[in-house]
Design a protein around this ligand. Structure first.
Ligand code: AHR
Length: 516
């Protein structure tokens, strides 16, 4: 019996290593004869909420902090975000936004009221980070601003006055108040949303009720002519197309965009979402099968929007997306602090590829969230800071911002596990304003390298240079002691023979190539 078991065990090892050694095959044809929509840089936007250590500690440490800072904003985080480039930043919520009263966050900091953050951990918020600090932050990192207004516990008057405070260029009492608080010129307000998740934490509304509220609130977003923000309606929860249907039917002409939120939960259940690291292979697989639902979600919402808005004037914004795991053991449940591994970087890549395909409608997305919360770009611990694998995925995709999507045709082996499977190789391509092609290739198979035949019609002789992101394990992370464990490294320069290239794409990797 023991010998039989041993033999079976050895046989299984032999077959596993054979599978591991065998490269899977894929062919990717970049349709250089076609061109899609321009990829709005806003697709690479971010979201920062008053949640856990996202703003307080993650961004704001205050002027008297021993952590080096610029007017209270930590310098290490500012530098990392400036280097990355943040096209647009959404603030202050999220669920927090529907309990946020903007007047709490202006004026001398020592006189601002302290409020309970009832949604996120019941901690107190001393309001030391308010409108001026947010706008200063956005200006320092060069981001456009996306302010989310309060419908849940606010009023049309409060919302209208906040907009006036930020944008008035005259002598109104609110403009004077802004000046007295240190800001002379109005801020440029790029986007303004009327509530958040109004179907849930923003008020548990029915779509018909919110559609009317949206129309009412949006009427009072008044600004000078040259500073008109895009008006954003709070959109659907994932696949709930009924929400989009009602909002488009009742209020499309009053909005510039409608949002949708979709998160990747490896186990698909809020109670036990799955761990950020040390997860079984089944959760690597389910993370990607669930991430890929984004494509269907966007397709279905877009179809409805097409009926009411065939000219595609109204944008669909994914203003919350990303992985959502169980919190790190020992941390506050309400702070949503989770680790960020190679898996997260590949989730980001798959989402980017999907967003590119929907670029005609999808003109902004905001990953949740920027620092220390959910799928973050940056993690901090007191004075220490690190860039996550997700940060590196965003950095690798920089050439795609503002480029024109070029469709790709992919024939790929599947990555299979038990009864589940996903296409192993994912790809996207775009042509920048200077005419250079950029191609991103992802191999989701955690065991097998992929031999990819890349076809680039009409591009013979052009060299491709790139960077690759991979790691020894699927859950490899960066730590404060070893912050560069998962980071991109140069990939060998490739030269086509004719119009074809053969690329060995390692298991569990992301490669971004650019014509030079
Ligand atoms: O990003 C965390 C939370 O997720 C947001 O506050 C809310 O809008 C969503 O449910």
């Amino acid at each position: 019996m023991t010998i039989r078991l041993l033999t079976l065990f050895l046989l299984s090892l032999v077959s596993l290593s054979a599978t591991a050694a065998e490269a899977l095959r894929a062919s990717v044809t970049v349709r250089t004869d076609q061109s899609g929509s321009v990829i709005d840089p806003g697709i690479y936007g971010q979201f920062a909420e008053h949640l856990g250590r996202g703003i307080y500690e993650g961004v704001w440490v205050g002027e008297n902090s021993p952590i080096p800072n610029t007017r209270g904003l930590r310098n290490d985080v500012l530098a990392a975000l400036k280097e990355l480039g943040v096209p647009v930043l959404r603030w202050p919520g999220g669920c927090f936004g529907d309990e946020y009263h903007w007047r709490d966050g202006i004026g001398p900091r020592n006189r601002r009221p302290t409020r309970i953050n009832t949604t996120w951990g019941g901690v107190v918020d001393d309001n030391s980070f308010g409108t001026h600090e947010f706008m200063d932050f956005a200006e320092l990192i060069g981001a456009e601003v996306y302010v989310n207004g309060n419908v849940g516990t606010g009023s049309t008057q409060e919302m209208a006055e906040w907009v006036e405070y930020m944008t008035a260029d005259n002598n109104s009492t609110l403009a004077q108040l802004r000046r007295a608080n240190g800001r002379d010129k109005p801020w440029r307000l790029h986007y303004f949303a009327v509530g958040n998740e109004t179907w849930g934490c923003g008020g548990n509304m029915r779509p018909e009720f919110y559609a009317d509220l949206y129309r009412q609130y949006a009427t009072f977003i008044k600004t000078p002519r040259d500073n008109k923000p895009q008006h954003i309606a709070s959109g659907a929860n994932g696949s709930n197309t009924e929400w989009t249907e009602v909002l488009m039917r009742e209020a499309a002409k009053h909005m510039d965009a409608i949002s949708v939120h979709y998160y990747t939960l490896p186990r698909g259940a809020w109670k036990e979402k799955g761990a950020a690291t040390r997860f079984p292979e089944s959760e690597w697989m389910s993370t990607f099968t669930r991430t890929m639902r984004m494509d269907e979600i966007l397709t279905n919402h877009s179809k409805i929007m097409d009926r009411y808005d065939p000219e595609r004037r109204v944008a669909l914004l994914v203003d919350e997306w990303g992985t959502w795991y169980d919190v790190e053991p020992g941390t506050n449940e309400g702070f949503l602090y989770q680790q960020n591994s190679l898996r997260d970087a590949l989730v980001a890549a798959v989402n980017f590829n999907i967003f590119h395909r929907h670029a005609e409608r999808v003109r902004m997305t905001n990953i949740a969230q920027m620092v220390n919360v959910l799928q973050a770009m940056i993690l901090t611990d007191g004075p220490k800071m690190l860039k996550t694998p997700t940060y590196h995925a965003f950095a690798l995709y920089k050439p795609f911002r503002g480029a024109t999507h070029v469709p790709v045709e992919i024939a790929t082996a599947e990555y299979r596990l038990d009864s589940e499977s996903v296409p192993a190789v994912h790809a996207t391509a775009a042509r920048d304003k200077a005419g250079a092609l950029h191609i991103a290739l992802t191999n989701l198979d955690p065991h097998r390298a992929a031999t990819v035949e890349l076809r680039l019609p009409g591009q013979a002789g052009k060299a491709l240079q790139g960077q690759i992101l991979t790691a020894a394990t699927t859950d490899a992370i960066n730590t404060f002691a070893a912050p560069d464990t998962v980071r991109p490294v140069p990939f060998k320069t490739l030269k086509a023979s004719g119009e074809r290239l053969q690329i060995e794409l390692p298991a569990k990797s992301l490669l971004v190539l650019s014509q030079r």
